[in-house]
Design a protein around this ligand. Structure first.
Ligand code: DAT
Ligand code: MG
Length: 152
């Protein structure tokens, strides 16, 4: 009994401090959903060894998207971006694993698909920066904020 309790405690300790419990927020954007890329994208993250811990299909409100992209509010494309992101359903997800924030960003590629290497999601599936298929949090802190915004 004591061994079992110690074992559970050690497991929790390990996952909390090894970084394996790190989480990130990912959204497949309206173009990705319309182009039937949901399965392909989930397959890539699963095969990498990341764990899917939350998922929902939703039509995001402009209010939610304005908050999500608040850091970009002074950019000229901000209102177009919000309109486009609310133009159809998105798949909102939370993925967990060791260094998951960085790993997911690497697998997604650069913001501009033209700068994204083949083998990355944006490198393989899109050409336009304004229709770049997928969002992934850029830091552990923004992941925490985005998860609480999208999964209230
Ligand atoms: P990322 O999505 O790679 O984190 P970001 O946070 O700088 O990039 O911008 C958020 C989104 O805004 C991006 O995925 C697509 C859009 N965007 C960025 N730069 C743009 C530009 N120059 N023109 C049009 N849309 C742009
Ligand atoms: Mg970003």
């Amino acid at each position: 009994m004591i061994c079992l309790v110690l074992g559970i405690f050690a497991g929790l300790f390990q996952s909390a401090f090894s970084g394996a419990s790190e989480r990130t927020f990912v959204a497949i954007k309206p173009d990705g959903v319309q182009r039937h890329l949901v399965g392909e994208i989930i397959r890539r993250f699963e095969r990498k060894g990341l764990q899917l811990v939350g998922l929902k299909l939703l039509q995001a409100s402009e209010e939610l998207l304005k908050e999500h992209y608040i850091a970009l509010r002074d950019r000229p494309f901000y209102s177009r971006l919000v309109k486009y992101m609310s133009s159809g359903p998105v798949v909102a997800m939370v993925w967990q694993g060791l260094d998951v924030v960085k790993t997911v960003r690497t697998m997604i590629g650069e913001t501009n698909p033209a700068d994204s290497r083949p083998g990355t999601i944006r490198g393989d599936f899109c050409v336009e920066v304004s229709k770049n298929v997928i969002h992934g949090s850029d830091s552990v802190e923004s992941a925490r904020q985005e998860i609480s915004l999208w999964f209230r």
